[in-house]
Design a binder for this molecule. Structure first.
Ligand code: HEM
Length: 436
C-alpha cells in the first residue's frame, strides 16, 4: 500500500517548489537531470512525485542487483513505460505477468546462442551490400546508414521481409514516437495519451507508418520468428501486431545507435581504431567474418562494449515497487518509482577510472568491475531477449565494415546525445567514408 504522506528518508529535493523545479528539468532533458541529481545528492536520490509518492534514482551496482534480480518479483515496469505501452501494447518490452511470460517463452528459443549463429551469413551479406553502395570519399549520415542496415537485418533475418527501403521513414516515425513517449509520461492517463496521439498529425502519421510496416511484415512470406509467432503461441491478431512492432523497433534502433556511437568514438580515438583495423586485418585477411570469428576478435568486441558503457542505448531502467522494500539500505515505500540508470552506473569512478575516456582495454581479459556495474542489456528475468543477437550482429557488422572502410567524423562537427526512450545521436552523424 502506498503511504498517505510523503516520507523523505534519503537525500533529495524537498516536496513542493524545489521538487517541481526538478520535474520541469526532467521533462525537458531527463538525462541531464539524472546526472545533475546524482551529482548534487549522491548515489541514492529521492525526489517527491506528487503528494504521496517518490521517485528514487539509484546508481550503485548493489541497488541494480537488488531491484533487477534479488527482489525482482517486487517490481513491475514503471508507470513511465505506460506511454510506450500505448504504442507497443502487450509486446515483450511493455507487458507484465502471465502475458509477458507466455510471449517470452514463445520468443526466447529463437534467440538461443546455438540458434542465432545461423543468422550470421545474412548479417554480413547485408552489411557488405550496404558498404558496396558507399562512394569513396563521400560524407554520409552514419546514424541513418546503421539504421538501414540493422532494420534490414531484423526484417530479413527474423521476419523474412525486405525493409531497408523503409528505414528513413521508420527513423522519422520512431523519433516522433520517442518524443511523444516522453511528453506522454507527464500526461495523466492512457486515454488522455491516446486522445492526444490521435489528434496530433505528425504523431498520427508516424503511427500509421509503423502500422503499415507491421502489416507488411505480417503479410510477408515470413521467417522463422514470424511463423512461430503466428502458429506457435495462440497469439491474438492484436498480440501478434504488438510483438512484431516491439521486435522490429527494439531489435534495430538500439543496435543502430550503438554502432553509430562506436564509429564516432573510433574516429575520436585513432589509436583504438588502428588496433581494431590491425585485429580485423590479421584475423580476416581478405575475407568477410563468420560467426566463428567472433571469439577471435576480442578487441572488436571490447570496442563495442566500451561504446555501450559510455553511450548505453537503454540509459535508464525503471520499475515501480509493489511492496515496501529495502534496496541495499535505501527504504523504498510501495508505489515508488525506482530508476536504475546504466548511464550513471557506467560512470561510477569506483569501478571505472577516467569514466569519460574511451578505453576498450577495460573489456580485455577477465572483468574487473562488479557484474551489476555494467548493464547495457539490463538484468534479471527482463534482461534483453536479443542481447546475444545484438552482440553477434554488432561484432560482425563492425568487422565487415572495418575490413574495407574507415569512417571519419566531418571536421568541426560535434553530435549531442538525445535521451528519450533510447540514448541516440540527436541529429545526423556526418561521417566521411574512405576505402582502406
Ligand atoms: C545494442 C543493442 C541492444 C541493447 C543495448 C538492448 C538493451 C535492452 C535492455 C537494457 C532491455 C531491458 C529493459 C528493461 O529492463 O526495462 C532490453 C529488453 C528487450 N530487448 Fe533489447 N537491446 C538491444 C538489442 C535488441 C535486439 C537485437 C532485440 C531483438 C531482436 C531486442 C529485443 C528486446 C526485447 C523484446 C526486450 C524486452 C524483453 C523482456 O522484457 O522480456 N533488443 N533490451
Amino acid at each position: 500500500m502506498a503511504s498517505l504522506v510523503h516520507r523523505q528518508s534519503i537525500a533529495g529535493p524537498r516536496p513542493g517548489v524545489e521538487a517541481a523545479r526538478w520535474w520541469g528539468r526532467m521533462a525537458r532533458n531527463p538525462l541531464e537531470t539524472y546526472v545533475a541529481l546524482a551529482r548534487r545528492y549522491g548515489d541514492a536520490v529521492q525526489v517527491p512525485l506528487g503528494l504521496r509518492r517518490s521517485f528514487f534514482l539509484l546508481s550503485r551496482p548493489e541497488h541494480a542487483e537488488h531491484v533487477l534480480v534479488a527482489n525482482q518479483s517486487n517490481y513491475v515496469k514503471a508507470a513511465t513505460y505506460r506511454p510506450l505501452r500505448v504504442f507497443l501494447g502487450d509486446g515483450l518490452l511493455t507487458s507484465e505477468g502471465e502475458t509477458w511470460r507466455r510471449h517470452r517463452r514463445l520468443v526466447q528459443p529463437v534467440f538461443a546462442q546455438r540458434h542465432i549463429v545461423a543468422f550470421a551469413p545474412r548479417m554480413v551479406e547485408i552489411a557488405r551490400a550496404a558498404v558496396r553502395r558507399w562512394p569513396d570519399g563521400v560524407v554520409l549520415d552514419a546514424a541513418d546508414q546503421m539504421r538501414r542496415i540493422t532494420l534490414d537485418v531484423v526484417g530479413r533475418a527474423l521476419f523474412g521481409s525486405e525493409l531497408a527501403g523503409e528505414s528513413a521513414k521508420t527513423g522519422r516515425s520512431l523519433e516522433t514516437l520517442q518524443r511523444a513517449v516522453v511528453v506522454g509520461t507527464f500526461l495523466p492517463g492512457t486515454t488522455a495519451r491516446r486522445g492526444l496521439y490521435a489528434r496530433v498529425p505528425w504523431l498520427r502519421d508516424g503511427m500509421t507508418h509503423l502500422d503499415e510496416l507491421v502489416e507488411k511484415v505480417v503479410k510477408g512470406s515470413g521467417g522463422e520468428l514470424l511463423d512461430l509467432l503466428k502458429d506457435g503461441g495462440g497469439l491474438s491478431d492484436e498480440e501478434l501486431r504488438d510483438e512484431v512492432l516491439t521486435l522490429l523497433l527494439a531489435g534495430h534502433e538500439t543496435t543502430a545507435a550503438s554502432l553509430a556511437w562506436t564509429f564516432m568514438l573510433l574516429s575520436q580515438y585513432p589509436a583504438a581504431r588502428e588496433r581494431l583495423e590491425r585485429e580485423v586485418d590479421e584475423v580476416l585477411a581478405d575475407r568477410d567474418p563468420e560467426a566463428e570469428d567472433v571469439d577471435r576478435l576480442p578487441w572488436t568486441r571490447a570496442v563495442l562494449s566500451e561504446a555501450m558503457r559510455l553511450r548505453p542505448p537503454a540509459w535508464t531502467l525503471e520499475r515501480d515497487a509493489l511492496d515496501d522494500d529495502d534496496v541495499a539500505g535505501v527504504p523504498v515505500p510501495a508505489g515508488s518509482t525506482v530508476a536504475v540508470s546504466p548511464f550513471q552506473l557506467h560512470r561510477n569512478v569506483d569501478f571505472w577510472p577516467n569514466p569519460e575516456g574511451f578505453h576498450p582495454e577495460r573489456f580485455m581479459g577477465a572483468p574487473e568491475h562488479p557484474r551489476y556495474a555494467y548493464l547495457p542489456f539490463g538484468g534479471g528475468r527482463r534482461i534483453c531477449v536479443g542481447a546475444g543477437f545484438a552482440m553477434l550482429e554488432a561484432t560482425l557488422l563492425l568487422a565487415t565494415i572495418t575490413r574495407t572502410h574507415r569512417l571519419d567524423l566531418a571536421p568541426g562537427v560535434s553530435v549531442e546525445a538525445r535521451a528519450e526512450v533510447t540514448l541516440r545521436p540527436a541529429g545526423p552523424v556526418p561521417m566521411r567514408v574512405t576505402r582502406r
